[in-house]
Design a protein around this ligand. Structure first.
Ligand code: ZN
Length: 271
């Protein structure tokens, strides 16, 4: 499952290949993604120029002179921009041809992804309006987490993974960030100190930044709901290391289920 770092990696890769290009035509081969691909795309996109490629949570926002294409990769979605003479392959559901002879192809075997269109502010679109803060936003800070968590009886790990609190902190990233911040994953969110939350925010950013630099953590292996560590695996200090010695203190890393997810921690380093 593409997580925020994979989506950001996709955005950075596609930005120089799409911004400034004019759409020549659009072919929708299969409109039945998670939500139907709007039929109007084939009429409204041609002639428009890509102004920017942004991201909000795991949504890519391709902004045109009038309107924004909102793309979610779902579980198996993938975007690539190639020369139009490169042969289309199975599960390439949508093609956006540019006037320079390249084509942006949306590929998605399981079709849980989405391509939406809005002429309004995309950040106020019904799919995006209620999302929590971006992890790299200034407003996401220790004070914010401290304030929001008071009177919350949920454990700190699911609290951190709640997309209404902050977006993009998946299971692997939450485990790693809590380890780096020295916070036990099962500790009640409302009992975590302000100082601990102030350590947690830079830990979240560091883990996500490393994953973005490495191109994300997950490879496409559907046997594991938590996503299998990929390029980022060598950077993982606690996730997937149950029974092995802690890299900091040598104690045995423990594994537990917390909110249906695998959780790894060092009960000596994390309090
Ligand atoms: Zn330790």
């Amino acid at each position: 499952v593409p997580e925020l770092p994979e989506v950001e990696t996709t955005r950075r890769g596609l930005e120089p290949l799409t911004v400034g290009k004019q759409v020549a035509r659009v072919l929708v081969h299969n409109a039945s993604l998670r939500w139907p691909v709007p039929a109007a795309l084939a009429r409204s996109l041609p002639g428009l120029v890509v102004q920017s490629l942004g991201r909000r949570s795991k949504y890519l926002l391709m902004e045109f002179d009038r309107g924004t294409l909102i793309v979610h990769l779902g579980m198996t979605g993938h975007l690539r921009c190639v020369n139009a003479d490169e042969k289309k392959i199975k599960h390439d559901h949508v093609e956006i041809f540019f006037s320079d002879g390249t084509v942006l192809r949306y590929h998605d075997p399981r079709r849980f992804g989405a391509i939406l269109w809005t002429t309004e502010d995309p950040l106020r679109h019904q799919r995006l309006a209620h999302l929590g803060l971006e992890p790299f936003d200034e407003e996401f800070n220790g004070e914010y987490l401290y304030r929001l968590s008071r009177a919350r009886s949920v454990a700190v790990k699911p609290f951190l993974m709640d997309g209404r609190v902050v977006v993009g902190v998946g299971n692997i990233y939450a485990s790693e960030a809590l380890f780096r911040a020295g916070i036990l994953p099962r500790k009640i969110a409302g009992q975590v100190s302000r100082a601990a939350y102030q350590r947690l925010v830079p830990a979240v950013r560091a883990v996500l930044s490393e994953a973005i630099a490495a191109g994300g953590t997950t490879i496409r292996d559907f046997s594991d709901n938590d996503g299998r560590p990929g390029y980022f695996a060598h950077n993982l200090r606690v996730y997937g290391r149950g029974g092995q010695p802690c890299v900091t203190c040598g104690a045995v890393i423990r594994q537990a289920r917390l909110g249906q997810r695998s959780t790894y921690f060092c009960s000596s380093c994390q309090k």
